[in-house]
Design a protein around this ligand. Structure first.
Ligand SMILES: [Zn+2]
Length: 61
């Protein structure tokens, strides 16, 4: 069975067999569609709602 994941940062769909899995210290699993998303979340601690290229960007004005 093949399952696809959603990027934990930008919310975009990750095709099966791609993406980066990251296991946190507490055992929860994060998925990232690209190293860019992983870097923004883990290194820069950015809020995806404030970045225009993410799915979770707030389009409400
Ligand atoms: Zn992403």
């Amino acid at each position: 069975m093949v399952t696809s994941h959603k990027c934990s940062f930008c919310g975009g769909e990750i095709p099966p067999a791609t993406g980066i899995m990251y296991v946190k210290n507490d055992g929860s699993i994060l998925w990232f569609c690209s190293s860019k998303c992983r870097k923004y979340m883990l290194k820069y601690h950015k809020d995806p709602k404030r970045l225009k290229w993410t799915e979770s960007y707030s389009r409400v004005r």
